[in-house]
Write a protein that binds this ligand. Structure first.
Ligand code: SF4
Length: 695
């Protein structure tokens, strides 16, 4: 498999939630990283890597790596020693909290980190800084799936089934997921199932590469998922596809749901969604007749101001068919980030403590305070969500922020508001290994390690806890995030709470912190993960096998029954007007990862897709006399940007699509709407009203 003179370090890709198994090739003579190879024996992805994974190693010794701490002096970054940078942080944090109180500091975390680091970020905010203001970029990613799962199943794990079972499923209903581009290595599982006759229903405003292989493509208007899901539920009930015994025994609220979907006839649903009635009927029959089906969704359905409603309704389809807790069927969300679950179950979310414990629950506060060695009264109260932290900056409550493994200057909605917020701060610290658009606003940038320079665990999109292994020692003067947070804590006089010598020690504490919680990792050890090729949470003891299939016997609700919430349909936060007559939606391309801070620096990936573009249907373009390759202006009530037109018949005639992996003037998030879901506080990235003009 590899060249002579090289050793293979077995690990997983640094990017998306697939966490494809790979080996990093390291020269035995020089210790340099030579490349990666897929892991053919990794049971989930079986030797597949996408273009991002194949080139991931190129970020490790990339010339753009930040080599030493940077301090901004007279508007320019100057390299400094760690001593100087950490002393400055200590002085500024102490000054700011002395003057304005503990909550003047805030932490904006991320999820492209190990479980150990995700856990430590939450503890750092609450114990080292003592602030209530902590939230993370998962708020922009998985929060609506989490809210929907909690509401429906009473427990939020990204997938109710192990993905090794997908090839045995009969039907996939995929909503708002361009799987072929966003999670490419999963496609082989669907192909395997399709070879055995499985059907595929894809719900997406664009005929994506995923929709192209579907049996039915429901090309809905962005922002109408709830109506479409209600329409499908209506038909599942009307056509007699409900597994009544399962529903009676295991679900609550069926009659209310039945009454609520009554009005969503195919014609009514079509009038809202723009999907032809016959396609809705065909999809309902395919789904209703499949004995083993899987409902899957991603950000297309979740990044809406009704994202939680969308998730509950799509999940209800699986419940009505009695297909949760059974082989090769269930519900799953495609986690965007490598450790997509590492925020909410580990305590980076503003209202949650490790193990999915609620900050509003006095028993939970008591338990975690004991694990952390603080008094329960010291535990900060719940804060606010990621976007709302910027409201707190604008209103003067938050004076300083520490951003860790995140790039909100690109990935937030209405991003110019975020930029203004950063400018208002008295002090901004950013941990990163490249100078991201967020880091450019910073007063201090601390160089961190890449995934190959540290060890730990992540949790993939199945809910399987896996091992990330170190291939080389940290390059240049970079340090791991856990070391940096521990050192700052020590300087602030909280060092005794952060005594860690390695990630394993953090993991051992994390196990205790999750024990007895909804997300219980206490039975998972590094040795077990190595031996068993991953362990699924919840796993409450070392002799527990882990939980590949969720909800076999009961759900996570107090009475053990699933809920079938009756939710109708409401317009998105912004609807087309005379001034802004079209809908804008955003998404990903296969060559880039999230804010693009990493992938835009890899030559091969950059060459494949160097810039964003405005994708639209030729008929729409002709109404405005626009042609392929022309520059146009897009405007929403928030801002404008100029882009090249890309014509394709694969998109609805009333929408414009723009990929979102670029920053500054190329950031489509200048245009997106921060309208928040009332439960998850997820912003509505996926739909807003837009005007197009020829330049
Ligand atoms: Fe696998 Fe995702 Fe990495 Fe691609 S980006 S190799 S799909 S983990």
């Amino acid at each position: 498999l590899h060249n002579k003179g090289e050793k293979l370090i077995t690990t997983h890709c640094s990017y998306c939630g697939m966490q494809c198994g790979m080996h990093i090739r390291v020269s035995e003579r020089t210790g340099e990283i030579k490349g990666v190879e897929p892991r053919y024996d990794w049971p989930v992805t079986l030797g597949k890597l996408c273009p991002k994974g194949v080139t991931a190693y190129q970020q490790i010794d990339h010339p753009d790596r930040i080599k030493r701490p940077l301090i901004k002096k007279k508007g320019k970054f100057v390299e400094s020693s760690w001593e100087e940078a950490l002393s400055l942080i200590e002085r500024k944090f102490t000054e700011i909290q002395g003057k304005h109180g503990k909550d003047a500091l805030s932490v904006f975390g991320g999820v492209s980190m190990t479980n150990e680091k995700c856990y430590l970020v939450g503890k750092y905010a609450r114990v080292a800084l003592g602030t209530r203001f902590i939230d993370y970029n998962g708020r922009f990613c998985m929060s609506s799936a989490a809210g929907g799962f909690m509401k429906t199943f009473g427990l939020d794990r990204g997938s109710t089934l192990p993905w090794t079972e997908l090839e045995h499923s009969d039907c996939f209903l995929m909503a708002g997921s361009n799987t072929a581009e966003c999670h490419p290595t999963s496609i082989q599982m669907f192909w395997k199932a399709r070879d055995k006759g499985a059907k595929m229903i894809v719900i997406d405003p664009r005929e994506t590469p995923t929709a192209r292989i579907a049996d039915v493509h429901l090309d809905l208007k962005p922002g109408t998922d709830s109506a479409l899901a209600n329409g499908l539920l209506h038909l599942i009930i009307k056509e007699g596809y409900v597994d009544q015994e399962y529903v009676d025994e295991r679900c609550n609220n069926f009659e209310e749901l039945k009454a609520s979907v009554e009005e969503f006839t195919p014609e009514h649903t079509a009038s809202i969604t723009g999907v032809a009635p016959e396609k809705i009927i065909k999809a309902a029959h395919i789904y209703g007749r499949s004995p083993r089906s899987v409902v899957m969704f991603a950000r297309g359905a979740e990044q809406q101001s009704k994202g939680v409603d969308n998730v509950t309704l799509y999940s209800s389809l699986a419940l009505l068919r009695g297909q949760i807790g059974k082989f090769a069927s269930g519900v799953a969300t495609f986690t965007g980030q490598g450790n997509g679950q590492g925020g909410r179950e580990h305590g980076q979310k503003s209202d949650l403590l490790p193990g999915y414990r609620k900050l509003t629950d006095p028993e939970a506060v008591k338990y975690i305070s004991k694990v952390w060695g603080i008094a329960p009264e010291e535990m900060p109260k719940p804060g606010v969500s990621a976007y709302e932290m910027f409201d707190e900056i604008h209103n003067g409550t938050i004076k300083a922020m520490h951003v860790i493994c995140s790039n909100p200057a690109v990935s937030s909605p209405n991003v110019e508001y975020i930029w203004e917020g950063f400018k208002k701060l008295d002090f901004l610290v950013v941990n990163d290994f490249f100078l991201s658009e967020t880091a450019e606003f910073a007063d201090v940038v601390l160089p961190t390690t890449t995934w190959a320079e540290d060890e730990g665990t992540t949790t993939n999109l199945e809910g399987r806890v896996i091992r990330i292994r170190k291939a080389i020692e940290p390059l240049h003067e970079s340090k791991t995030d856990w070391q940096i947070l521990s050192e700052i804590a020590a300087r602030l006089g909280r060092g005794k709470y952060f005594p860690y010598k390695n990630p394993r020690e953090i993991f051992e504490e994390f196990r205790i912190a999750t024990k007895g919680g909804k997300a219980d990792y206490s039975g998972i050890t590094y040795e077990r993960i190595d031996k068993e090729d991953g362990v699924f949470w919840p796993c409450p003891s070392e002799d527990h096998p882990g939980t590949p299939t969720m909800f076999k016997e009961s759900f996570g609700t107090p009475d053990g029954k699933a809920n079938l919430p009756a939710v109708g349909w409401e317009e998105p936060g912004e609807v087309p007007t005379k001034e802004f007559p079209l809908r804008l939606t955003t998404g990903r391309v296969v060559f880039h990862y999230l804010s693009g801070n990493q992938t835009r620096r890899i030559d091969f990936l950059k060459d494949q897709c160097p810039e964003p573009y405005a994708e639209m249907h030729p008929e729409l373009a002709s109404q405005y006399n626009m042609s392929d390759g022309e520059m146009i202006r897009l405007s929403t009530p928030r801002s404008t940007m100029e882009l090249e037109v890309k014509l394709t018949k694969a998109t609805r005639k009333d929408i414009v699509f723009v990929p979102y992996h670029w920053g500054k003037e190329l950031s489509v998030n200048k245009l997106t709407n921060p309208s928040l879901d009332p439960v998850s506080r997820m912003p509505e990235f996926k739909v807003c009203s837009v005007k197009i003009e020829k330049l």
